[in-house]
Design a protein around this ligand. Structure first.
Ligand code: DQA
Length: 148
């Protein structure tokens, strides 16, 4: 059984209490359950992670690229939070590791502040999803599963 990595970056541990008008009332634990259900539907295993640390995201993306190359991982759904807009290191990690990534945002970043319109990840992502709320995680998993 192959795995899908769902990787969440900074401040996503605060889901449920953080700006609920923007990100909704569901917690990260709720999102994990949603992802587990989506993966189970497709006969896939879930590896669900969150960190506030950019370097740890780089480490995990590199490991995921190696797992994909070894045939045990389908790819990753990555919500890099604010690092999306700033991190050349995440761009380089995804590119260097050859990892299949769906960039995901809970909110529609393009309908928000101008500083959220640029993504360092989009040029190295297979696809980009934004604005579906936390339901986007399930949609992104289905899309990745279709590539398995
Ligand atoms: C986010 C959007 C980012 O701009 C923001 O910094 C986040 C969450 C989203 O899921 O909508 O932390 O990635």
């Amino acid at each position: 059984m192959k795995t899908i990595l769902v990787l969440n970056g900074p401040n996503l541990n605060l889901l449920g209490t953080r700006e609920p008008a923007v990100y909704g009332a569901q917690t990260l634990a709720d999102v994990k359950v949603l992802c587990e259900q989506a993966c189970a539907t497709h006969g896939l295993k879930l590896d669900f992670r969150q960190t506030n640390h950019e370097g740890l995201m780089v480490d995990w993306l590199q490991e995921a690229g190696a797992a994909q190359a070894a045939g045990t991982l389908v790819g990753a759904v990555v919500n890099a939070g604010a690092y999306t807009h700033t991190s050349v290191a995440l761009h380089d990690a995804i590119k260097g590791a050859g990892l299949t990534v769906i960039e995901l945002h809970i909110s529609n970043v393009h309908a928000r502040e101008a500083f959220r319109h640029h993504s360092c990840i989009a040029p190295v992502a297979k696809a980009v999803m934004a604005g579906f709320g936390v339901a986007g995680y399930g949609l992104a998993i289905s899309a990745l599963a279709a590539m398995a």
